[in-house]
Design a protein around this ligand. Sequence first.
Ligand code: 26Q
Length: 823
Amino acid sequence: MSDIAERALHTRIARSVEAIRRSFVDNLFYVTVRTFDNATTLDHYTALAYTIRDRLLARLIATDEQYKRLDVKTVAYMSAEFLLGPHLGNNLLNLGLWENVHQAMQELGLNLETILEAEEEPGLGNGGLGRLAACYMDSLATMEIPAIGYGIRYEYGIFKQAIKDGWQVELADAWLRNGNPWELPTQLRYPVKFGGSIEHYDEDGSLLCRWLPDSIIQGLAYDTPILGYGVMNVSLLRLWKSEARESFDLKAFNTGDYYGAVDSMIVAQNISKVLYPNDEPEAGKALRLRQQYFFVSCSLQDMIHTTLKSKGSLDYFPDRFVVQLNDTHPAIAIAEFMRLLVDEHQMEWNRAWGLTLRSFAYTNHTLLPEALETWPLDLFQRILPRHLDIIYQINSRFLDDVRIRFIDDTDRLSRMSLIDDGANDGVRRVRMANLACVGSMSINGVAKMHSELLKQTVLKDFFDMWPEKFQNKTNGVTPRRFISLANPPQSALFDEVIGDGWLRDLEKLRQLETLSEDKDFLSRWSGIKLTAKQRLSNYLHQNYGVSLNPESLFDVQVKRIHEYKRQHLNVLHIIDLYHRLKIDSSFELIPRTFIFGGKAAPGYHLAKLIIKLINSVADVINRDPQVNKTLKVVFVPNFSVKTGQLIYPAADISEQISTAGKEASGTGNMKFTMNGALTIGTLDGANVEIREAVGAENFFLFGKTVEQVSEILKAGYQPRTIIEQNERLRDVLHLINSGHFSHGDGSLFRPLTNNLLDNDPFLVCADFQDYIDCQANVAQIYKTQEKWSHMSLLNVARSGKFSSDRAIREYNEDIWHVKTLSM
Ligand code: 26Q
C-alpha cells in the first residue's frame, strides 16, 4: 500500500478525539450531504454511525480471515427473530470509544445522548425469544466463540404501538426508511424453490427424486457485524432478503409478459416483507411457512457452500457447523438439510440422516400445547411437496423405531408421529416440534422448571424414548446492554467499588455483598435508583405530558400482553387500592406508581381489551384529586428494547406474576433483578432460580404452585365461588362492570370480567387474595428505605448467574463443543 493510502486509511479509523471529530464532519458532508449548519439530529446520527462503522470493519475482516485460515467449527444460531435494539451505543461501548466520541461531539457543540436517541431500532422480533437471540449473539462474540446468526431481514419489523383513546393502534415499522449504516450488503445469493410437484426417477438402478417447483426466488445476504465487548472478535449476523431471480424475470420479459414479470417480482419480495406477530389465532399463514423455509434454505446452502470450500466433503459438515434451532420456527431445516444432501448432493439416505443427527440441536420455548407449531398438511403439500415426502420417510423409519421400543402402544405411536392424523378437528397437520425432536442430537428447555415440565408433559414421549437428548439451559441476558448501556450511573458505581471486571464476569458482582450493611453505600445505592426514576419521569413528561413522583414506589410490568402473564391481576390490585382509598379515609397507602408496557398481538382481542382497561383505570385514577397524590398509573406506549433500557433501571418492583407452569423462563425478570428491582412473583419459569439465587427473604413470593394449579383444575375449578366469598374481589369486579372506568358503559369490559367469572383459565381469581396480601407486605417493607436498599443490593450482587455469558458457556460445554478463539 502506498504511504498516502495508508495514512488516509489510518486517519479514517484512528481512535483519537481529533480523528473522530474529523471523520464525523467528513461523513456529515460526504455521506449525508449536509453542511454542518444544516444538519439535523438524524444526520448527526448517520454521520456518527458511519464514523464508528469505519472503525469496526478492520476487526470484522480480521476475524473472518482468521476463521477461514483456521477452518474452525462454528455455531450457527438459526432464528426467525433477532430483536437487536439500537446499535450505536452498543458499538461505542464494545469498541471502548465512548469517552472519546462523547468528547468529540462535545467539542462540536453536540450532545451524544441526543444523537443516540435518533437511532431507529431494528425491531426484528416479537419479544423474549427474539431478544434472547440478540443477547446470545452478544455473548458469543464477547466469549470469542466462532458464530454466525442466520435470520430474515424483514423490511418491516414488529409493528409500532400507539395508544388512541386508550386502545392499541398498530403502525407499520418502516425501520429502513433512513437507511441502515450497520448492514453490509453482500453479493451472496442462493436460489429457493417453492410449490410444484415431485417426480421419482431411476438413475443407474437407484431411485432418485426430482422437485419440479413452480417458482424459484433468491435470497440476498445482508451482514451485520456483532462486536464482542473488550475483544477484537466480531461475529456476523447474516439476514436474508428475498428477491426475484434475474433469469426468472428475463424469461417473462422476453416473452413480452412485462406485467407478469413485475407481479412475480413483487411476490418474491413479499416473502421477507414483514415480521409476523405471535399469538395470532390465524398464525397458520402460508406466507409465514414460506418465510421460514426461505431463510432456512438460504442459510443451509450457505453452510454447505462453506463446508465444501473448506473441507471438500459434506461428511465433515458436523465438524464445521453446529446448528442451534431457536424454537421450531427454523425446524424445517431438518427436512431441508436431508433434501440438499440426498437430492442435490446425491448422498445416500442413511449417511445423510447420520450427519443430520450430529448437526442439529433444538431449543423449546413454550409449554402451552396450543403454541406448538403445526402446519395443515394440504398447505404444506402445496408449498413444500418434496419436504412433505421427506418428512413421511423420516416418520416411517422413526415410527419403526418406536414400535420396537414400545410394542403394541398405538396411542404412543399416534402421539409421536410427525403427522397429526386430524382426529381432533379433521385437519391433518405436520408437527414441527416432533420433527425437531426426531432430527436433533439435543433438546433443551430455557429454565430448570421448564425443562422438567417438558419431560413430564409436552415432550414426555420423546423423553421416554431418548432421555439422554434432554437438557436444561437457563436463559440469560447480556449485562453489556442491560446494565452498562441501560444504567450508566450504576455501572460507574460498580467500576468504582469492585473494578470493571464484572462486565465480562458477572459473578464478580458478588463482591457487592460486603457493602450490603454499609449505610453510606446503601444511601448512594438508593440515590442511583432515584436518578433512574427521574430519568424515566423526564422521558414520560417530555413525550406524553404525564408527571410522576420519583419518590413513589415504581411498580413495573413490561412484557407482551397475554392472559397467562396476567396483567389483569395487576390491574385488579390497583382497582382494589383505589377503591379502598375512596371508601376508607383511614386507609393509608405509601405513594405508588404503576407502570405498564407491552404490545398485544393485533388479532388478540382480550389482550387488547386489557390494554384498554389499564388506560381506562389510569384515566380515572390520575384525574381524581382525592387519590392521585398517592396512586398513579401509566401505560408506556411502544415498549421496545430502547424504552426497556429506560424502564428496567427505574423499577423498584418487578411484576413476574404469570400462572405457575405457563412462562417458560422470562428474561425481563433477570433484567430487572440486575438493576436492583425486587421481584413480586410466582414460582414460574426462571423466577424459581432468581429466588433461589437472591435468597427467599429477598423475593416477594405469592401464588399457587404448578402442582396446586393442576389439582385445582382437575377438581373442577369454580372462580365464581371464590368471587362470591371474597368481598374485595367482588367489589373490584362490580366497579368495572358498573361502567366506573368506561363512562358508564357497563358492557365494555364484560368479555374480560365474564371470562374471569366463567372459566378463568389462568387462575386470576384463585391467586387474587394471596397477591394483594403480598403487595401489602411489599408496601410495608418499602417504608423502611434502608431495609429495601439492602434487599435491592443483594438482588444485584447475586444476579451473576443470569448473564447470557453463563448460558452460552453451558451451551458450548454441553452441546456445541466449539473451540474458542482469541484474536
Ligand atoms: C409462530 C407461528 C406463527 C407466527 C408467529 C409465531 C411465533 C413467534 C414468536 C410464536 C412465538 C414467538 C415467541 C415466543 C417467545 O418469545 N417465547 C418466550 O421466549 C423467551 C426466551 O426463551 C422466554 O423467556 C419466555 O418465557 C417465552 O414466552
